[in-house]
Design a protein around this ligand. Structure first.
Ligand code: IVH
Length: 711
């Protein structure tokens, strides 16, 4: 029997059908991408780290069980979000990735087992790891050429960060010139910029005395100080640095191990963390984790876990990366911090797609050094399941730099007469009915209640406009959330296309801009210039900006690459709604676009109002199709099958290498197969390949083919 999305999420991945896994994978991908955008792009996350991690783990668990899904490009594979416009950009020659998380000793064991299995490492042979604190700051890449600091960049989206060289030069601990012998001609040192707890307290006290805004925690203070356009302000802020990783290195590596590299950094004059240890067993790693956890409160800087890394760099190279994080490292997170406080009320926020999200208003309470006044309550079922009532004393958990969450209530402290919370069934913004959609296949209710007001709901309209103008979409400078709200309220911008007619509209609107919105002449001119600058925009941004459900940035790029014009996308989507049309198959045949996403695109263009918005937008905006990219790898885009036994690498390693080079790895030979790599003992698959006239290679032939590119 078919199951609802909610039921599905309660199941272990291996209980899902392939179709269910695909649907959930798509939905999770979109959800994670949205949280990434809020966290990195807007510094305004709406879920706790713990919840984010849970989404991510579910996503990865599904991929582990259904490896075919991994081949799909998903938004969730991106790290962070694009850099802010204010700084010049720096392309990282080696991407800055992030770390997979583990939360318990069992998961540490699993991580170590996975590494051993990948390497086919005998159980009785020592496999050393380093263990060190995970610093709660922001990562930064420092490029030294001939020993001199030339560029410093933030992580950004992992591919491209912000140029913060001038600011980093003000950090006393960061050497401008490296010391000692054996300095590689190019060395990119990576590590964490952070602020100590005492420095943070003193700085906040100064801010307060000067009537300036306070920072919530040392991490925010460090981030805010580093990402300052005025480097004099950065210079006045007490920033520090720990070196723990590296990017591009030209010339010979200073050391063959992780621990050796960090020791070499120290010799070059870079600050390194004194708590790093080399561990020769899982028991050692866990013992060091506990030792660090015990010191946590007394350390002068914030940490949020322990990072384990395979010590041997050759092994790190063999292990490589999976999507956004290295296989050879993991972050063992500390449990989140908790506190209790009073639940004063519940606000309902209406999202872009009409979702009603309950937000707890709390009596201010300090959790882990931060004053908390709001927390997420997730959805109506969660409130019911935890039986949370207004007036309750609730348990709040805060992990990292995100909106805290409510875990439950304290039964003994419930005031007499507290009533179960009645979740609104009318939209608080427009009064339309708010319903839980019924999955047509399963007959089950969605966990999210949605406003049915659609186009008449002002809250949805405003959220859609905010999304349209936001940084990863049209990116209109000076048209932030606040401005959109006032423009909307005054009726100056109610639909995306209105943005582009603002300037040409009658003098009345200009006067209103001045009188009501408080825009002076310069800011009006700047705003018009920013809008005019977006009359030419990358097609993928415009697609993403439309806010089609499940269409994130990556999907926007896939669609732009495939269709190359908005008209072609629209025409296909419209044709696809007719039964029996081949257009639907064209959509789902795009690598990375599944049935859920396709349906959502078809629904969007099926709505006459949306077609009108698109048509009117195209009168003002000229979308630019993406450049065609030629791949350098000899196997990019090819389908490869490995068969027989491999001697120089494990099967998993071979598969990872092929995928890294842009190939697809299949398990059986078919007409679509381009290449079969056959080791000793290959049988029917090799025979099938020969019968079909498919190119075959042995392991050495494969390594030779990809040799240059595999690096
Ligand atoms: S290693 C390729 N080591 O955690 C992996 N990262 O979640 C490079 N972080 O972006 C990262 N302390 O900002 C590493 N001792 C440490 C760290 C650390 C903090 C941060 C870093 C990274 C994030 C990943």
């Amino acid at each position: 029997m078919a199951r609802s999305p909610a039921d599905r999420r309660a199941l272990a991945p291996d209980m899902l059908t392939a179709r269910e896994a695909k649907a959930e994978h798509d939905a999770l991908g979109a959800e994670i991408a949205e949280h990434d955008r809020r966290y990195h792009g807007e510094d305004a996350p709406i879920i706790s780290d713990a919840d984010y991690d849970a989404l991510r783990r579910r996503f990865e668990a599904i991929e582990a069980r259904f490896p075919d899904l991994t081949a799909e490009v998903s938004d969730a594979r991106g790290v962070g979000a694009r850099p802010s416009e204010k700084f010049a950009k720096v392309r990282h020659r080696v991407p800055m990735l992030s770390l997979g998380n583990v939360f318990s000793p069992d998961e540490v064991e699993e991580f170590v087992d996975r590494v051993r299995r990948f390497l086919d490492w005998p159980a009785d042979r020592v496999l050393a790891f380093t263990a060190e604190p995970k610093i709660d700051g922001l990562s930064c890449s420092l490029r030294y050429e001939a020993g001199r600091l030339v560029v410093a960049a933030t992580r950004g989206d992992g591919e491209e960060g912000e140029d913060v060289t001038v600011n980093v030069r003000t950090i006393g601990e960061v050497p401008q010139v490296l010391a000692g012998e054996g300095i590689p001609p190019v060395l990119e040192v990576r590590g964490e910029v952070y602020m100590t707890k005492p420095d943070f307290a003193a700085m906040n006290a100064r801010q307060e005395a000067e009537g300036k805004p306070l920072f919530a925690n040392p991490r925010n203070a460090a981030a805010g100080s580093l990402r300052q356009l005025d480097s004099r302000i950065t210079a006045a802020r007490p920033l520090r640095f720990f070196a723990y990783a590296w990017g591009e290195v030209q010339g010979s590596m200073p050391a063959p191990t992780q621990s050796g590299m960090v020791a070499a950094f120290a010799r070059l004059g870079l600050p390194t963390n004194p708590l790093m240890r080399r561990c020769e067993s899982t028991a050692d790693m866990l013992a060091h984790y506990r030792a660090i956890e015990e010191q946590r409160a007394s350390l002068p800087y914030d940490i949020d876990g322990v990072v384990y890394k395979v010590d041997d760099l050759d092994l790190q190279r063999r292990l490589g990366f999976v999507s956004r994080s290295p296989r050879w490292a993991a972050a063992h997170k500390f449990p989140a911090e908790k506190a209790t406080t009073l639940l004063l009320g519940i606000d309902i926020q209406v999202g872009r797609t009409g979702s009603l999200t309950p937000v707890a208003r709390l009596q201010p309470v300090t959790v882990g050094g931060v004053v908390v006044t709001n927390a997420t309550l997730h959805n109506e079922d969660e409130i019911a399941r935890r039986d949370i009532r207004i007036g309750d004393t609730v348990v709040v958990q805060r992990a990292g730099d995100v909106i805290p969450q409510i875990l439950g209530h304290v039964a003994e402290k419930r005031p007499a007469g507290a009533q179960p919370y009645a979740f609104p069934t009318l939209c608080p913004a427009c009064g339309s009915h708010a319903v839980r959609e019924i999955d047509p296949k399963t007959g089950k209710e969605d966990v999210v209640r949605r406003c049915t007001g659609g186009l008449v709901c002002p809250a949805q309209a405003v959220e859609r406009l905010k999304h349209f103008a936001s940084r990863n979409a049209l990116d209109i400078e000076g048209l932030g959330d606040k401005q959109i709200e006032t423009f909307y309220r005054d009726g100056l911008i109610t639909r995306p296309q209105d943005i582009f007619t603002l300037e040409a509209r009658d003098a009345r609107s200009l006067k209103r801009l001045k009188d009501r919105e408080g825009y002076g002449e310069t800011s009006t001119r700047n705003l018009f210039a920013a809008i005019a600058a977006r009359r030419n925009v990358a097609l993928h941004r415009l697609i993403f900006a439309l806010g089609i459900r499940h269409v994130g940035e990556t999907t926007g790029k896939l669609l732009a690459r495939h269709f190359r014009s908005m008209e072609a996308l629209r025409d296909t989507a419209v044709a696809a709604s007719e039964t029996g049309s081949p257009a639907l198959a064209e959509l789902t045949a795009i690598d990375g676009i599944g049935p859920v996403v396709a349906e959502s695109i078809v629904d969007f263009f099926g709505e006459p109002h949306n077609r009108e918005v698109v048509a009117e937008l195209l009168e003002h905006v000229t979308p630019e199709p993406p450049e065609e990219v030629a791949s350098e790898s000899p196997v990019a885009g090819k389908t490869v099958v490995f068969t027989g036994s491999l001697e120089k690498m494990t099967r998993e390693e071979a598969k990872a290498m092929a995928e890294r080079l842009g190939a697809k790895v299949a398990s059986s030979v078919s007409k679509k197969t381009d290449l079969v790599v056959a080791g000793p003992g290959a049988g029917s698959k090799l025979a099938a390949a020969q019968a079909l006239g498919i190119q075959t290679l042995d392991e050495d032939g494969w390594l030779e083919l990809v040799g240059g590119a595999a690096g």
